[in-house]
Write a protein that binds this ligand. Sequence first.
Ligand code: ATP
Length: 232
Amino acid sequence: PDTTAALSLRGVSAGYDGAAVLHGVSLELRAGEVLALLGANGAGKSTLCKAAAGLLRPTTGEVLVGGRDATREGPVKRSRDGVVLVPEGRGIFPSLSIDENLALHLPDPAARTAVLDRFPSLAARRRVLAGSLSGGEQQMLALAALLERPPAVLIADEPSLGLAPKAADEAFALLAALRDAGTALLLVEEKAVEVLGLADSVAYLAAGRVAWHGPRSEVDTDQLTTAYLGLA
Ligand code: ATP
């Protein structure tokens, strides 16, 4: 088996206008692995996503994609190489229909039909403008568009943010389908509960540093909620 990490961060420091946010962060993600990145508000989770996606260049350290140094490459090259970021803002075009949004990702009509067959709630309204969908449905659309050609790495920043429980379940089912297709997932959440169900490994970020990193099976949920997330 190929043991090369799909994505690795090695000693990455990064920030904004000289204000350091990440301090020497190291993480690795393999094909089909789900890493939950947890941490309080302001811990630097979004900043880590941006560094991983090439939107923010590390001040020190390295980012490797499939074992290759990609530290100095920007977001376009990074996504071409299979590292895709689903941002909090969902990344779909509200003034285009569901069909048209899917067509941007899947030019082949048969591929679109295959995706819509899996998601009847989207298929029923394929000519509806994406902007009129609920937040949860827009999230599903953004993720569904990736399913026919799963990326090597998907970075999802707060995939369940603002979703009703049922929509969150559907978004997590989509993420699981991408994982099953071999995508390595970096899932960022402020609250741990749903994402832990899917995670193989967990990293807690605190003040820009990895405070703990280990397999899901070793997570002490009580300690997690009190010590790291302040949810006691
Ligand atoms: P949240 O859950 O609130 O998104 P987070 O863990 O994702 O938190 P970041 O968004 O990475 O944290 O923010 C970490 C720090 O970087 C915060 O102090 C924040 O104010 C700062 N920061 C984030 N984005 C910028 C920016 N574009 N310019 C300057 N500072 C920023």
